[in-house]
Unconditional design. Structure first.
Length: 171
């Protein structure tokens, strides 16, 4: 159903595959953004962010980072989606997609959503990590955006809300 593209150093990916006894490298494309620069990706990143103060030199530097590279791949249609966050903390994980894609038209708040594929069902969980102290309007917007996204997967959404606590893990 997909042709995976792994971003990173091929030697490091091979080492991980060997340690985990995974036979992946014959079935995936491996790109190292640090050694395979794409001038068109740099130009696109610069085009998107220059009005926010990004210099061309800074765009070149960011385009070598896997998270920005993947976001530009999706933006340009060279990939359909991305999975990120393995080695980054949450703010570093979501910053590149937010900077590249921004919010959906009409969206009032960013929403994190996770899909859990269970044995007999699929569940979607949204969170308010972008909005630590959401008011009632923001919570309503989060629910509407989640419902719209779930409906986009062909599933009739039913929304339930639970309270949030970070137990002090987030400032």
């Amino acid at each position: 159903i997909a042709k995976p593209v792994l971003l990173g150093r091929k030697s490091e990916i091979k080492t991980i595959c060997d340690e985990l006894s995974l036979d992946l490298l014959d079935h995936v494309e491996v790109i190292d953004p640090r050694s395979e620069p794409r001038p068109d990706y740099v130009e696109r990143l610069y085009e998107i962010r220059q009005r926010k103060g990004l210099t061309h030199y800074a765009a070149q530097s960011l385009a070598h980072k896997s998270d920005y590279y993947a976001s530009i791949m999706v933006d340009r249609g060279d990939a359909d989606g991305m999975v990120t966050g393995f080695r980054l903390n949450y703010p570093e994980t979501v910053r590149p997609p937010l900077e590249i894609f921004g919010l959906s038209p009409g969206a009032k708040a960013a929403v994190g959503m996770y899909m859990m594929v269970l044995q007999n069902s699929v569940k979607f969980v949204g969170d308010t990590v972008f909005n630590i102290f959401p008011d009632d309007i923001t919570l309503a917007n989060i629910c509407v955006q989640m419902a719209d996204a779930v409906q986009g997967f062909g599933i009739t959404p039913r929304v339930a809300m639970i309270s949030y606590s970070n137990f002090g893990s987030v400032r």
